[in-house]
Design a protein around this ligand. Structure first.
Ligand SMILES: [Zn+2]
Length: 113
């Protein structure tokens, strides 16, 4: 959210200037519209603040362990299938991914970290 505040301020300044440019006949309406737009901008700022800090869909870019021990053949060839990482409430790390064993062909969802 750090970078949006100056942009909102710049927008408000633009609206203010626009209201000043209105012909005298429309000056009052222009001021009213400007106030409405200010309120909209403040609402946007408040609505945007929490989600930017949480970033709920932010999955890790890569796994620490892309090859783990296969639960079937016990060789360390149980390999992470790229693009299958997803959130999971059932794992300690909070993530799971599809793994494929290059040795025995076993395939399963497994905790990812
Ligand atoms: Zn295996």
């Amino acid at each position: 959210m750090a970078d949006i505040a100056p942009r909102l301020t710049a927008l408000k300044r633009g609206i203010e200037r626009l209201a000043e440019l209105a012909a005298p006949a429309q000056a009052e309406e222009a001021q009213r519209l400007a106030k409405t737009l200010y309120a909209e901008l403040d609402g946007l700022r408040d609505a945007g603040a929490p989600s930017a800090e949480q970033a709920p869909d932010d999955l890790p870019r890569r796994l620490r362990y892309e090859e783990i021990r296969c639960p079937v053949c016990s060789l360390r060839s149980f390999t992470y299938q790229k693009g299958t990482l997803r959130r999971s409430a059932d794992t300690r790390s909070g993530f799971e991914a599809l793994f494929h064993c290059l040795s025995c062909g076993h395939e399963a969802w497994h905790e990812a970290q």
